[in-house]
Ligand binder design. Structure first.
Ligand SMILES: Cc1ncc(C[n+]2csc(CCOP(=O)(O)OP(=O)(O)O)c2C)c(N)n1
Ligand SMILES: [Mg+2]
Length: 895
């Protein structure tokens, strides 16, 4: 096809002259080849620019297929049998949703997404997606979440899922099991690998997955392969900022192992994605601008002869100017409408189609439904080198649903079809189900020896097995790492260090360990210096696929910024979302690659759970393992920064994620115990859990771990008595809970109470309210279900059973955190916490402002004793004076 689409727009130039230029160019192309033609164009462009006549910038190409017919190549499959298979998959996917909806109107599912994606998926399944075998690592495929019925339906034909399972789609709680609505590895751990349904997450995860694969190769942890990462997205999904947010990373890193396929059905849930614009062109410009290889698959083979006749480029121009809202309308309109609106603008165009009947115009196929076009695009994508590829495939939402849904704005939520509509669908796709059976909408699977099943099986065998299949391939670690962590149990000999520094020390040692050293993946979003990690730059290097092409400004220093091709640190720049995507790739490598990489993602704690919680949720769904380190944590411990930075929230935000163990340790030995245990549970015992540990930047002498086996157990279970009062005689008793940096305030309060008020207080380090809370609710649940058996006692109640006195808890997080356990403690619990917006000031001022310092802990303890009638109000009033507490001070929650 010759593209002359600009011709009509050019004013004042003789068409003859234009034709001559074109012919000269064609001659160069023909005789000298493509490279020469490109040089010629480049030279002309530079010349024009120099003379001030540079062409207007455009990142777009005309609205036609990127791959010309001549370069399409042959389709290697049996098109007829593949069409039959696809039709059966369409039918069963539809039947799943229709049947589920009949049983319960509230259940349903989505038909129209898969209806649009069927050819895009099937070409992948039959020709491209390689399974994971012992010899080859396989491709990684992120499938559009709302198209899951189609994926199940294919697995049914493959013999991997039963009709009963299909029957129970979206009814997972049926006694005989069911199928989860969307791709959730947590719920179907042998099937789904990657959760994709929270829109925008999977494109970002796919980019970082592709980069992580390269990282493993560059570090010689896995062999170099040509495995691909495929991500299938919706066009509406591209409005999520995460979708396009990292595309420049993919091109910068030359990720030619990455292929996006965007299902451009021009619709999202409510209506058109860009009614008044063109989403394909918009995406083309964005991806081309970012340096991607863009392949547009817009028109099916039926259009080829029309474009062939379009010598003046009028048709291309017309299609290029038509907004998507109008293009969507063509789908639902008649052939006559198409004739009038696509070809009616110019008599020359009308002439082109004068012999084409209306019906043929109505059913002209778009590119994403044409197997040959899609095949050619994928082939070109997998063969492309040097940059990632995006395939922009034009499809029709609800394809095949006819009047009831095809191209309609309501189609996304279409779950019901009446008998007439079912009959039409059945006939259109040639499903061997007779009219009487239609009302029941049965599933249909041809016999095992049918050509369809044989073909489909043979294709998957050839490609190395079924996709998706999730299988844990890694071998458990064996060492106990006692020696590694032992040095952190003995304190810092009076040296003042922060828990962050202590953690970094552990990380440095872990990186040297013979078993786990290579497996550790430190991940930082441009905060390594904040956390004192710059020494690691030199020790293990920062990963860069290009090595270091420049001499760093600080090369003369010991800790210079060392980038290396086999560097181990993933220094992601300022992207917590991207860093989390790296964490997910590294934290799931035990399944994806059979490699136990252990990610340690350390970040500014406020910008973690608060900012990227949906990714953390997806990590849990994916059964990720590893450690999240919330650095510069605490509302009053991070001094100076203020409202947006000071994190008093994250331990509350960690609560909902079932597999995330959250700790707020105060001392180095606590961190050592937690990390050692985490490595054991995740990488030796194979538990699919991960850890969140807050670390702070307040420096103090780290004590050594108190003796006794109950300490280690207590640290892990959530609390242990750190320092008991030595005063055994006092009648005034208290139990004070401190956590993280606030533990030291509790210890100061213990002294104050003893010295000034004669109160004997024991101090507990509460390392994890979440762990105590989960233990509490689990114990309660067990008791509820076992009324006749001896009731179990929550761990927090056990701890306090022999601990007399009033109960006071102080935390650098919301008061809700200690209050979580208040029902299992033997008496009233007074909670001090940091509810409200942060402030810029020093620690002392902040802890006064938020009322969590030793003075307020003392006051709260005395107040509790007053409530119990153990002391007089005057004592408390006097204390308020002595402690210089301003009773009229601002309320931190309201100011
Ligand atoms: C983060 C997020 N927001 C909203 C939704 C709800 N939702 C599900 S599908 C959908 C429309 C999808 O449109 P598109 O991406 O174009 O995919 P299509 O179904 O058209 O292929 C929406 C809004 C979601 N799944 N995730
Ligand atoms: Mg869409």
């Amino acid at each position: 096809m010759t593209d002359n689409s600009g011709v009509a727009r050019v004013m004042g130039i003789d068409p003859q002259e234009i034709q001559e230029w074109i012919e000269s160019f064609d001659a160069v192309l023909k005789e000298e080849g493509q490279e020469a033609a490109t040089v010629l164009l480049d030279r002309l462009r530079s010349r024009a620019q120099k003379l001030g006549a540079g062409p207007a910038f455009t990142a777009n190409t005309p609205y036609v297929n990127t791959i010309p017919v001549e370069k399409q190549g042959v389709f290697p499959g049996d098109q007829e049998i593949e069409r039959r298979i696809k039709s059966l998959i369409r039918w069963n996917a539809l039947a799943m949703v229709v049947r589920a909806n009949r049983v319960d109107h509230s259940i349903g599912g989505h038909i129209s997404t898969y209806a649009s994606a069927a050819t895009l998926f099937e070409i992948g399944f039959n020709h491209f997606f390689r399974g994971r075998t012992d010899e080859f690592e396989g491709d990684t495929v992120y499938l559009q979440g709302h198209a899951s019925p189609g994926v199940y339906s294919r697995a049914f034909l493959e013999g991997r899922l039963s009709a009963k399972q299909l029957e129970n789609f979206r009814r997972e709680l049926r006694p005989d099991g069911g199928l989860t609505s969307y791709p959730h590895p947590w719920l179907m751990p042998d099937f789904w690998e990657y959760p994709t349904v929270s829109m925008g997450l999977s494109p970002l995860m796919a980019i970082y997955q592709a980069r992580f694969n390269r990282y493993l190769e560059d570090r010689a942890i896995k062999p170099k392969t040509n495995a691909k990462v495929w991500a299938f997205l919706g066009d509406g999904e591209t409005d999520e900022p995460e979708t396009l947010g990292a595309i420049t990373l993919a091109s910068r890193e030359n990720l030619d192992n990455l292929i996006f396929v965007i299902n451009c059905n021009l619709q999202r849930l409510d209506g058109p994605v860009r009614g008044n614009g063109k989403i394909v062109q918009e995406l083309e410009a964005a991806f081309r601008g970012a340096g991607w290889n863009v392949i547009k698959v817009l028109w099916g083979s039926d259009w080829d002869p029309l474009f062939e006749r379009d010598v003046d480029g009028l048709l291309v121009k017309g299609l290029g100017e038509m907004v998507d809202g109008e293009a969507q309308k063509l789908v639902v309109e008649s052939g006559a409408y198409v004739r009038q609106h696509v070809f009616g603008t110019d008599p020359r165009l009308l002439k082109m189609v004068e012999n084409v009947p209306d019906e043929a115009l109505r059913t002209l196929r778009v590119g994403g439904h044409d197997p040959r076009k899609v095949y050619a695009a994928y082939k070109s994508a997998v063969e492309h080198t040097g940059s990632p590829t995006v395939v922009l495939a034009r499809t029709i939402k609800g394809y095949g649903l006819g009047e009831s849904g095809e191209g309609r704005n309501i189609t996304h939520q279409q779950k019901k079809l009446n008998e007439e509509e079912l009959r039409e669908f059945r006939s259109r796709f040639g499903i061997p189900i007779n009219d009487e059976q239609l009302a029941d909408t049965p599933f249909y699977r041809p016999t095992e020896d049918s050509r369809e099943i044989q073909y489909l099986r043979a294709r998957r065998q050839e490609l190395g097995g079924y996709v998706p299949t999730r299988k844990v391939r890694s071998k458990p670690l064996v060492a106990d790492h006692d020696a590694l962590f032992r040095e952190f149990l003995t304190g810092s000999d009076g040296r003042e260090v922060s828990t962050t520094m202590a953690f970094v020390g552990m990380l440095r040692q872990m990186l040297r360990d013979p078993e786990i050293g290579k497996l550790v993946v430190p991940i930082v979003p441009d905060e390594a210096r904040t956390f004192g990690m710059e020494s690691l730059f030199r020790q293990v290097g920062i990963y860069s696929s290009r090595g270091q092409l420049y001499e760093p400004v600080d090369q003369h220093t010991l800790l210079y910024y060392k980038e290396a091709k086999d560097g181990q640190i993933l220094e992601e720049g300022i992207t917590e979302a991207g860093s989390m995507a790296s964490f997910i790739a590294a934290g799931s490598a035990y399944a994806t690659h059979g490699i136990n990489t252990i990610p340690f993602f350390i970040y500014y704690s406020m910008f973690g759970l608060q900012r990227i919680s949906d990714f953390i949720w997806a990590a849990a769904d994916m059964r990720c393992r590893g450690f999240l380190l919330g650095g510069t944590a605490g509302r009053t411990t991070l001094a100076g920064e203020g409202l947006q930075h000071q994190d008093g929230n994250s331990h509350i935000l960690a609560l909902p994620i079932p597999t995330l163990w959250a700790y707020d340790p105060a001392f180095a030995y606590e961190i050592a115990v937690i990390i050692q245990e985490g490595i054991r549970r995740m990488y030796k015992d194979g538990e699919s859990i991960f850890y969140y540990i807050t670390v702070m930047n307040e420096a103090y002498a780290m004590p050594s771990m108190p003796p006794g086996p109950e300490i280690r157990e207590g640290i892990l279970k959530g609390m242990y008595k750190y320092r008991a009062s030595e005063n055994k005689k006092s009648k005034l008793r208290a139990q004070i809970f401190g956590s993280g940096a606030i533990l030291r305030e509790a210890l100061k309060a213990q002294e104050l109470l003893e010295e000034k008020y004669g109160v004997a207080a024991d101090v507990w380090s509460v390392t994890s309210y979440k762990a105590l809370y989960y233990d509490g609710i689990n114990t309660e649940r067990w008791n509820l279900l076992h009324p006749a058996e001896k009731a179990r006692v929550p761990y927090v109640s056990q701890c306090l059973s022999d601990s007399p006195g009033v109960l006071v808890a102080a935390t650098d997080y919301l008061k809700a955190l200690p209050n979580l356990v208040s029902k299992w403690v033997p008496r009233r619990l007074a909670a001090l916490g940091t509810d409200g917006f942060g402030r810029s000031d020093g620690r002392e001022a902040l802890r006064n402002f938020f009322e969590v310092d030793s003075r307020f802990i003392t006051l709260a303890t005395l107040h509790e004793l007053l409530q119990d009638g153990k002391i007089e109000a005057t004592v408390v009033e006097k204390a308020i004076q002595d402690l210089r507490i301003d009773t009229e001070k601002a309320n931190p929650l309201l100011t």
